[in-house]
Design a protein around this ligand. Structure first.
Ligand code: HEM
Length: 501
């Protein structure tokens, strides 16, 4: 077989890739051996900063197909007709672990999808839980600090985690899910996904509805117990990558059904919870799931780094017909992700293959800067500012979003403690989880806060007491007895239930 000639990165043929040029057979090496210098220099630049959160992840490419008509809610072109399709890229992740962390750890899983639509890329950057720990962006960096390593010991700190959560009782809903049977999915293919925040959709008449996005797993919901996960990590730290890669390689393509919950714009004032509070679900009996389309992941990326490590998902990537909501965490995320990408990947991160629109024509006036490797000169070099009379692209007022009907006095609205933060976790604890699930929750929670000091334990138990006295008593008993062994977790059905759905 004739092989291609090895070249320098400037395209010149290379005489040797083995032996450095030296002055005599015993050295020293010549500085003019530029190919050696270049090889070493490239290696030194092979790593980029890992994501500040969600550093460990697994990705796949696929196709989204619209299966149901939702044009009464949105004018987004991708949803204009049943049967429409677009390419998708997904990345699933853990939150706290670093790039080399083990896959099967108890943690929330990130669930990001990029839809390459004909009107640009639409990103849903969600989790495998319908809610989140905190509802104000001010708390996010502190929360993440408690999940990462202690500055002195350089170890993870359960003391910090539970100290923080005890001071933020709104977190008990999400912590309950994290410590429940759903805390360690066997791999990304066996969990649901959620946009979590409330977003909005507007239709061709300018009518707005609030929406929640749900990605219903078409595989069984399967999770590990702590013991099973520990055993697995002892034999492989890369179980998710192995499972996902091999499944797709063998033609077993994982699927999720996109569903939406819909709330008419005016109804937001009438429900007995804040529909823009990220620590709350929308009850399914009031807001049933409406099927929209199917996601199928059928391609392993040709190059992991190029398509998954370089992927830049951002809630700021939205398309006409899909809008934000007043959720204040969401506004913060709209800023934070693009900022993170500029730092992690560089100014022109959206020109990288994972992030560049595939189905939409790119027409913007951003120009130069480090690593500009795209052309956007619109065929006329005079059209490099706007407005111009040389045929450059112009804004399209027809895609303008209808006004968001919100008003209020600017202030820092303090959260007053009410029972509202305990109502949904209480429902989850008493009505959704059965006795065996509650027992496993007590044990998992006791295992997680076992290393904490007694004062921190007491503060957290006081939060659980407000959810339900049995919850606090169950965790206390498991902790005092050191009873934290959980048997295998049964595979669960696909019935949507509030909170732990
Ligand atoms: C104000 C709150 C939040 C802030 C400031 C924030 C910030 C960030 C940042 C800076 C990254 C790293 C991005 C990168 O380097 O590529 C990230 C990743 C991520 N975040 Fe958040 N985050 C917040 C809340 C949330 C919430 C509520 C969710 C889910 C509902 C979420 C889901 C994710 C996911 C899935 C990733 C990984 C994206 C990927 O796969 O590349 N985050 N977040």
């Amino acid at each position: 077989m004739t092989k291609d000639r090895l070249t320098t990165s400037a395209g010149a043929p290379v005489p040797s890739n083995n032996t450095s040029a030296t002055a005599g057979p015993r050295g020293p090496v010549m500085l003019e051996d530029y190919q050696l210098v270049e090889k070493l220099a490239h290696q030194n630049r092979e790593r980029i900063p890992e994501r500040v959160v969600h550093a460990k992840g697994w990705g796949a490419e696929g196709t989204f197909t619209v299966t149901h008509d939702i044009t009464k809610y949105t004018c987004a072109k991708i949803f204009s007709q049943v049967g429409n399709t677009c390419d998708i890229l997904s990345r699933w992740s853990t939150v706290a672990g670093e790039l080399g962390a083990a896959d099967a750890e108890r943690d929330v899983r990130g669930f990001s999808i990029k839809f390459y639509t004909e009107e640009g890329n639409w990103d849903v950057v969600g989790n495998n839980t319908p809610i989140f720990f905190v509802r104000d962006a001010f708390k996010f960096p502190d929360f993440i600090r408690t999940q990462k390593r202690h500055p002195k010991t350089n170890l993870r700190s359960p003391e910090a985690m539970f100290d923080f959560w005890a001071a933020q009782p709104e977190s008990v809903h999400q912590v309950t899910i994290l410590m429940s049977d759903r805390g360690i999915p066997v791999n990304p293919m066996h969990m649901h996904g959620y946009g979590s925040h409330t977003y909005s959709m507007w239709n061709a008449q300018g009518g707005r509805h609030w929406v929640k996005f749900h990605f219903r797993c078409q595989q069984e919901i399967k999770n590990y117990s702590n013991g099973e996960a520990e055993k697995l990590i002892g034999s492989t730290r890369e179980s998710y990558q192995e499972d996902l890669y091999n499944a797709i390689d063998e033609g077993q393509f994982p699927k999720w059904e996109l569903n939406i919950q819909v709330m008419p714009e005016e109804q937001a004032n009438d429900v007995d919870f804040n529909p823009f509070d990220l620590t709350k679900v929308w009850p399914h009996d009031q807001f049933p799931l409406i099927p929209v389309g199917m996601l199928e992941f059928n391609k392993n990326p040709e190059n992991y780094f190029q398509m998954v490590e370089n992927a830049a998902f951002s809630p700021s990537n939205k398309i006409p017909g899909i809008g934000f909501s007043p959720d204040k965490m969401l506004q913060a995320r709209v800023f934070s992700y693009a900022d993170a990408h500029r730092y992690r990947l560089g100014t022109h991160y959206e020109a990288l293959p994972a992030n560049a629109p595939k189905a939409a024509k790119l027409n913007h006036y951003h120009k130069d800067g480090s690593m500009r490797f795209f052309t956007n000169d619109f065929g006329n070099p005079d059209a490099y500012y706007e407005p111009n009379q040389y045929g450059g692209p112009v804004a399209d007022p027809s895609v303008k979003e209808p006004p968001l009907k919100i008003s209020g006095d600017m202030d820092r609205y303090e959260q007053v403690e009410t029972d509202a933060d305990y109502v949904q976790p209480r429902k989850l604890y008493t009505e959704v989880l059965d006795a065996a699930q509650r027992d496993r929750l007590h044990k998992n929670m006791a295992a997680a806060f076992g290393p904490c000091s007694q004062p921190v334990k007491e503060r957290w138990l006081a939060v659980l007491e407000k959810v339900h006295p049995d919850y606090a008593a169950g965790v206390r008993a498991a902790d005092e007895a050191g009873d934290t062994d959980v048997n295998a977790i049964p595979v669960s059905d696909d019935t949507p239930v509030d909170s732990n759905d």
